[in-house]
Design a protein around this ligand. Structure first.
Ligand code: UTP
Length: 297
C-alpha cells in the first residue's frame, strides 16, 4: 500500500500574463470566483483529500496571497461585536492552523518543474501532491480525494487526466497510453505541448498530481524542455524510463481553466448557477441577454 499523502505544493509563482493588467498588482490566485479566491477552492480540495501541510511556491508581487491566509483579528472582532455569526463562520473556514502553511520563493519563473523543485527540502522523502489553483474542478467528490483513494492502490505517480479535442493538444502535457480504457490508465510516456499531428493521444494532464520523491531527483538535473522552461511533465516522464509507473486518473468532474479569460468566465457562471442565493436572478438575466442577442442577429 502507498504511503499517505499529507503534503501539497501549490506553485503560484507564474506571472499570470493572460490576466494583465489585473495581475500587475493582484495575484491570479486571489482573483474571485463568485466570492472566494481561486486559491480557497484549491485549499478546500486539498483538505478534503487529507492534506495537512500546504507549501506555496510564490514570487515577487504575491504578498496579497500570503496575507489572505492570515487571521484578520480586527475584522473577526468587528463581526463578533455586531453578532454577524454567519459571516464569522465564512471567515473562520478560511483560517489556517499555525505552521500548516509554508512559503518558498521561486526567484525566477523558470517553469513549473523548477517551481516544484524549489519546495524539495520541505517534501523530503515522501509522496506529495501538486495542485495548480487555476485549474478549478467542480465535482461531487473533490478531484484530489478521488486521486488519493486510487493512489492508495497503485502507488507510483498519478496525474489527473482529461480527454481534450485533438486540436488543443499543444496547450497540455499529453499522455502516451497503450489502452485508454477505465478510470486509471498506465502511461507509456508523456509529452509536453505536442502539436496535434505529433500527440500520442488526446488524454491531457491537468493541474492535479500525486508524485513520488524520485520526480524531485529528476528535477535536480534542471533540464529545459518545451518553451525553454523546466517542465514537470519531463521529470515525470523520466520516471517511466526508470521503471516507476505513471498513471493517468480520469477524474469525475468538470474542470475549468481559470488561467484563461474564457475559462474563468465560464467557471464564474457555472459556480454562481450552483448557488441557491444567486441561481434565479442570474439564470433569468442570462436567459434575457441570450434572447436579446439572438433577436439582434
Ligand atoms: P501558467 O502556464 O498558467 O503560467 O502556469 P502563468 O504565469 O501562471 O500564467 P500566464 O500563462 O502568464 O497567463 C501554470 C502554473 O504553474 C505556475 C503558475 O503560477 C501556475 O500555477 N508556475 C509557472 C510557477 O509557479 N513558476 C513558473 O516558473 C511557471
Amino acid at each position: 500500500m502507498a504511503r499517505k499523502v499529507t503534503k501539497a505544493i501549490f506553485p503560484v509563482a507564474g506571472m499570470g500574463t493572460r490576466f494583465l493588467p489585473a495581475t500587475k498588482s493582484v495575484p491570479k490566485e486571489i482573483m474571485t470566483l463568485v466570492d472566494r479566491p481561486l486559491v480557497q477552492y484549491a485549499i478546500d480540495e486539498a483538505r478534503a483529500a487529507g492534506i495537512t501541510e500546504f507549501i506555496f511556491v510564490t514570487s515577487r508581487g504575491k504578498s496579497a496571497l500570503e496575507d489572505y491566509f492570515d487571521h484578520n483579528l480586527v475584522l473577526e472582532q468587528d463581526l463578533k461585536s455586531k453578532g454577524k455569526d454567519e459571516l464569522l463562520d465564512v471567515l473562520n473556514a478560511t483560517n489556517m492552523e499555525s505552521g500548516a502553511i509554508a512559503y518558498i520563493r521561486q526567484h525566477k519563473a523558470l517553469g513549473l518543474g523548477h517551481a516544484v523543485w524549489c519546495a524539495r527540502r520541505l517534501i523530503g522523502d515522501e509522496p506529495f501532491a501538486v495542485m495548480l489553483p487555476d485549474d478549478v474542478i467542480a465535482a461531487d467528490k473533490p478531484c484530489l480525494q478521488q486521486m488519493v483513494e486510487a493512489y492508495e492502490e497503485t502507488g507510483g505517480n498519478m496525474v489527473a487526466a482529461m480527454e481534450v479535442p485533438t486540436e488543443q493538444t499543444s496547450a497540455y502535457g499529453i499522455l502516451d497510453t497503450g489502452q485508454n480504457v477505465g478510470t486509471v490508465v498506465r502511461a507509456k510516456g508523456m509529452v509536453e505541448k505536442p502539436k496535434p499531428q505529433e500527440a500520442p493521444s488526446n488524454l491531457a494532464v491537468i493541474g492535479r498530481y500525486i508524485l513520488g520523491p524520485s520526480v524531485l531527483y529528476n528535477l535536480n538535473q534542471k533540464r529545459k524542455g518545451s518553451g525553454g522552461e523546466i517542465q514537470l511533465t519531463d521529470a515525470i516522464a523520466e520516471d517511466i524510463g526508470n521503471g516507476v509507473p505513471v498513471f493517468g486518473y480520469k477524474f469525475d468532474g468538470q474542470r475549468f481553466d481559470c488561467g484563461s479569460k474564457a475559462g474563468f468566465l465560464q467557471a464564474t457562471v457555472s459556480f454562481a448557477l450552483a448557488r441557491e442565493d444567486l441561481r434565479d436572478d442570474l439564470s433569468r438575466y442570462l436567459h434575457d441577454i441570450v434572447a436579446t442577442d439572438r433577436a439582434a442577429q
